[in-house]
Design a protein around this ligand. Sequence first.
Ligand code: ATP
Length: 512
Amino acid sequence: MANEDNLLKNIIAHSKEYGFIFPSSEIYDGLSAVYDYGQNGSELKNNIKDYWWKFMTMLHDNIVGIDAAIFMHPTTWKASGHVDAFNDPMVDNKDSKKRYRADQLIEGVIEKLEEKIEKEVEKAAKRFENFDRAMFVSTNARVLEYQKKIDEINDRLKTAMGNGDMAALKQIIIDLEIADPISGSRNWTDVRQFNLMFSTEMGSIADDANKIYLRPETAQGIFVNFLNVQKTGRMKIPFGIAQIGKAFRNEIVARQFIFRMREFEQMEMQFFVKPGEEMQWYEFWKAKRLKWHKALGLGEENYRYHDHLNLAHYANAACDIQFNFPMGFRELEGIHSRTDFDLKNHENYSGKKMQYFDPEDNQNYIPYVVETSIGLDRMFLAVLSASYKEEKLADGSERVVLRIPAPLAPNKVAILPLVKKDGLPEKAMEIMNELKFHVRCFYEEKDAIGKRYRRQDAIGTPYCVTVDHQTLTDNTVTIRHRDSMAQDRVSIASLKDTLTDACSINNLLKSI
Ligand code: ATP
């Protein structure tokens, strides 16, 4: 059985072995932090997109979707602040020659202190009946000391990041005596700013005038189309624009599989509101998005909010929904109150009015924006890592099963003739030809039935339908449930309704 340390390694190996994720251009030894989705991975990814897209655009009649181009006019990125400020501070360890994000090294110290607080809380909770957490953390001397240290570091980090003061960041690393996790040494270079945008040239003349960027976020495609959509869709504030698409960042440290990639996909929704009403919508979307996550049943305890202390240049409030990945709680989705920063800057740079005429107030204004932004690949990893289970069975055997929520599973049902003769394959194909218009089916007739069940467990197929000799006489089949491994005898006629119901994204959406 896997411990936490090698869980991620096992998931990576499993993803490759079962056609979920392959390293990009693997025959040339791969490309760092770039991955390809295989036959099962792309189905799971499409189902996640579907769940998000329908939630946004079907459940909310004031949200519409668009699909903007990856290439945008280069001034877009001046206006958005990305040319000047989309930087991460990087630092190298001279002994290991490894590169790190300076802010993440410092945040690592804060995380360790937070873990210490949690340990104190857990210990005390075991000791006292009617344990009052708030009271404990506000009075316990050791916890108070850790908290004071966290606050001090946070203050210094916030100031240094806010001022773009690289020397101050280096000083924090020195003062906290942070050592390189690989070499153990404290031999650091100076901290330098590094812009994360990829650039290329458009057209045939490679000079600076033709330099364009691969978008580092999908949001700007929405901002520049704000008026197009508002006018052609006759949208009234508050309204939202949703989009799913690729984004590119030249990440300094791109590790941890698909958690941090250089080419990835985002699912973003910008919600345009009346200035002054942004905080109420910010709270609204924080709660709504958490509900969307929890409806999947991956475990309520796996989610938590993390409020931002160091706000991005465009935000007046921000929080992450963190998920308990194999490497611990990390950002899965960001909810940001972006003020009128983007539209105002686009108005300034383009000279075009980015305003909304509010018929109720009889006035023009630049709307404020609350955005929800989730990485599709991170969502994929969240589903995969919460679903991946190595199980010991009652008979002493073991199985690896992906307990993927049925509506997201790559295949919903495997149709399996018990043997490859006696007319069973033909009967199985007959069933498949009816079901395939309703749910994604998989057909397999090779190997013993037990082996075939295990293979379906490993790719997360929630149901197996076995066609046996009895089927030929009474039109019933065995349906095997992935999670409980229980088997029921049911009529072929009932399959369509049972399967479409259990695997329906719409039913999942109804539970939100
Ligand atoms: P981080 O702090 O982890 O770098 P971020 O705060 O820069 O993330 P945002 O700019 O808010 O991320 O992007 C929104 C979402 O896009 C994130 O919540 C995350 O799910 C996803 N995302 C961002 N960068 C990457 C990446 N390099 N690879 C995969 N997903 C990413």
